[in-house]
Ligand binder design. Sequence first.
Ligand SMILES: Cc1ncc(COP(=O)(O)O)c(C=O)c1O
Length: 329
Amino acid sequence: VNIDEIPTPALVVDLDLCKSNIAQMAAALPGPSLRPHVKAHKCTALARLQRGAGHPGFTCATIKEAEGLFDAGLGDDLFIANEVVDARRIGDLVQKGAKVMLAVDSEATIEAAASGGVEEVIIDVDVGMPRCGCDEDDAARLADLARSLGLRVEGVMGYEGHAVHIRDLPKRNDEVQKSAYALLRAHDLVGGKIVSGGGTGSYNLNSVVTEVQAGSYVLMDGDYGTMALPFDQALLVHTTVISVHKKGWAVADAGTKAIYGTPHIVEGGDVMFSSDEHLAFVPEHPVRVGDRLHVIPGQLDPTIALHKGMWVARGTKVVERWQVDLSGW
Ligand SMILES: Cc1ncc(COP(=O)(O)O)c(C=O)c1O
């Protein structure tokens, strides 16, 4: 099948660019020094390529992602880098033979881990992003509590999400270092072999972590695309022009139900607005009804989560179809 024959809107992965992103990252962060975050792509086929590049473990955001990786035979070193208040489904996975570490940042989440059948936890520390993570000063107390309940404390995590998207490199580096040292101080108090953190924007800046949790690097998006990172845009949303107006604008068939974040039109053009099923834009060059238009989504993860599958192409030829099989919760 030629890529221009697939129904639109559709996600299309350039397989060669995707593989070169994987290889580039594996060269910078080989083996266990990268724990790819599957929330970026929610796709076991892609996780298998990452495993093939030498990374033994995966980071998950949801229990569903961990379950899907386990069902796909990729569940022998998982980390759910998120808090949960009902850990029984994770306990079931552990019973079946999965290795799953779980992030905790409070007494309640530690108790949920212990009562749900989790065996290994990682203390999640606030390193500057106002999201999950305990106070640095509270990390030791929580680690002791976890141990007293029979949990193995494998280390600490701290995600510097407030820093990874800073465009100015010296500023980004400063913020990453501040977070990294906060995490290191917490690790001194907690112990354990794992210091987990980092993302695509800090993959080569955060030198205190034993593993980087980057995910977006594998396909990239419009936001990361402006940051001079050495990864290529390997995913596009293919759309079709469905209306052309005499007053100068045109409309493609991919609205907010197909693209999350500010769309960037590869062929050029100014986006006017997106509605549910429409992308209204002023084309840079004349377009006709039926023309294909290629769009870089502003944000990768939530865009993929809007789709059931991705077409995988080499040049203009479709070579595979990957299911987005880790969606849901
Ligand atoms: C906990 C956690 N770790 C790591 C990442 C890194 O992802 P990315 O590669 O998109 O920067 C994220 C992204 O939001 C995250 O939430």
